[in-house]
Design a protein around this ligand. Structure first.
Ligand SMILES: C[S@@+](CC[C@H](N)C(=O)[O-])C[C@H]1O[C@@H](n2cnc3c(N)ncnc32)[C@H](O)[C@@H]1O
Length: 323
């Protein structure tokens, strides 16, 4: 994987300072010593068909990269195994030359809840904790000037690389960095997304601040996170695991979250969606064969997690950085 295309795009959109800040950091990001599976993934990348897709469609629920007839029968049969090298596929769905990657998450459902309230056209967008870049592709499909995703989990970066080669011109990019590793100079985005990340952060206020720092004055934050029912000042901090996840820290009520955002000087804070996560939206599939939400809910009472906490419910909030 090289980042040359990203650097060129940054140059093209007059963001050479972002390019200059990222280049030295990304130089060693995918060094084989940083992860035991890098060589295996790189080899799997080289096996993927070197075929230009006859069509790509980024602006549909199952993002499409090519169709079956673009490949020979043998290539098509081999492709499934090659894509499986990047298991677990969590965010999607994606369709690669007719292979429907039925991912753990119906990320298209989350997108459908947020999209009517979001305008990506000509925007520069940062997607913090972007996974394999599913939403970055959707943003590019809706006309974003740049959708830059950051995610430190390398297998998701590899999934992105596996499909990005079939949409090389899309201004959707994923780089293997956590928010804390992103150089300070990479700032001034029109929009910043943080979806499914806030509750993993030990310090929610610092997360709100670090997101604000990446926005241009008046820029828009799209925050999606787990919440619990309750009044202002109410917040669940799990004793240990939440739905079997070890790294869940703060699940505020909506009023509490709004108050925290206001404290961090966000304005025009709008709740655009509240949804309970269902076992149809997050589930074990052929492409993600580990346990999933159903296994993490109380068998007798699915309104609770197996630890006895309220089952996952999520909010999407849009707010603006100070002008
Ligand atoms: C629950 S997933 C959410 C993925 C996607 N945004 C969504 O809403 O479907 C959380 C993601 O945050 C990533 N992540 C973990 N630590 C991070 C950090 N320090 N900075 C940015 N992303 C991080 C994880 O690798 C994971 O892909």
């Amino acid at each position: 994987m090289t980042f040359d295309r990203l650097y060129q795009t940054l140059q093209d959109i007059d963001q050479a300072p972002w390019r200059d800040a990222l280049q030295p950091i990304l130089k060693h990001a995918l060094d084989p010593n940083t992860h035991g599976d890098i060589n295996r993934w790189n080899e799997a990348l080289t096996l993927l068909p070197n075929t230009a897709p006859s069509q790509t469609n980024l602006d549909q629920n199952s993002i499409t990269f090519g169709q079956k007839s673009d490949l020979s029968e043998q290539q098509w049969q081999d492709l499934k195994q090659q894509l499986m090298a990047f298991h677990p596929w969590r965010k999607g769905p994606l369709n690669v030359f007719g292979h429907e990657i039925n991912t753990e998450w119906h990320s298209d459902w989350k997108w459908a809840r947020a999209a009517p309230h979001i305008h990506c056209q000509d925007k520069t967008i940062l997607d913090v904790g972007c996974g394999n870049g599913y939403y970055c592709f959707r943003m590019a499909g809706q006309g974003a000037k740049l959708a830059l995703g950051i995610d430190p989990t390398l297998v998701f970066n590899m999934q992105y690389s596996a499909v990005k080669r079939y949409a090389p011109d899309a201004p959707a990019y994923v780089i293997p960095l956590g928010i804390e590793q992103l150089p300070e100079a990479v700032t001034g985005f029109d929009m910043v997304f943080s979806m499914g990340v806030f509750y993993h952060r030990k310090s929610p206020i610092e997360h709100l601040m670090e997101l604000r720092q990446r926005l241009s004055p008046g820029g828009e934050l799209v925050l999606e996170t787990l919440i619990v029912d309750g009044p202002e000042h109410h917040c669940l901090v799990p004793k240990d695991r939440y739905a079997q996840m070890r790294n869940v820290w703060f699940l505020p009520s909506i009023k509490t979250l709004e108050a925290w955002m206001a404290r961090c000087k966000y304005r025009d804070i709008k709740v655009i969606d509240v949804a309970t996560t269902t076992i149809e939206e997050q589930r074990t599939t052929e492409w993600m064969h580990f346990q999933s939400l159903k296994d993490f809910l109380d068998e007798e009472d699915p309104s609770k997690t197996i630890e006895g906490y309220p089952a996952p419910k999520r909010v999407v909030i849009i707010a603006k950085a100070p002008a």
